[in-house]
Design a protein around this ligand. Structure first.
Ligand code: NAD
Length: 142
């Protein structure tokens, strides 16, 4: 069964982050430049929130706020669910589905070790299923 550690081994442990006082405009430009859907929000290296494309759409655009004048801390989610490298991909998917989140920061010994998105989890499950199918096909054709 694949784990968070396996996902990070394949996609890397880099993470993109901003500070709470960063403007939403700068954060949105960072999301766009990197082609990612979320940013961790760190203050003095401590995780204090997570801001997603959805936060920008729902809490800024729909609320008619100015992206240049609104800090990330005004729209970020502060109750951030995290996982550890040893948790399974299935556990991550269950957590994301149950709690309706699409990004899980990975914590190891209180330090951020990466981030896993719902797309990363789906990709890992598909790869694992493909491996099993190939094993079965090879067994049948023997
Ligand atoms: N082909 C792939 O390898 C792959 C992997 C993941 C997602 N996707 C696709 O991308 C689309 C959107 O994906 P999503 O909904 O999972 O979310 P997403 O757009 O946020 O994720 C895309 C990638 O960015 C990474 N990412 C997100 N936030 C990050 C951050 N703060 N720091 C560093 N990396 C970060 C994710 O881990 C993921 O690998 C979907 O269509 C999905 O199928 C493809």
């Amino acid at each position: 069964m694949k784990t968070v550690k396996d996902i990070l081994a394949s996609k890397g442990s880099e993470f993109a982050a901003v500070t709470p006082d960063t403007s939403v405009l700068t954060a949105a430009q960072k999301l766009s430049d990197k082609g990612i859907g979320s940013l961790l929000v760190l203050q003095n290296d401590k995780l204090v929130g997570l801001v997603s494309e959805r936060d920008v759409a729902y809490k800024l655009v729909c609320a008619g706020k100015s992206a240049a004048e609104t800090p990330v801390e005004a729209i970020m989610s502060t109750h951030v669910l995290c996982v550890t490298p040893l948790q399974t991909v299935e556990e991550c998917m269950a957590l994301m589905t149950d709690k309706r989140v699409r990004h899980l920061p990975v914590l190891q010994d209180d330090r951020i070790a990466g981030i896993v998105s719902i797309g990363d989890a789906v990709k890992a499950v598909i790869a694992e299923q493909q491996f099993i199918i190939e094993q079965l096909e090879s067994y049948i054709s023997q």
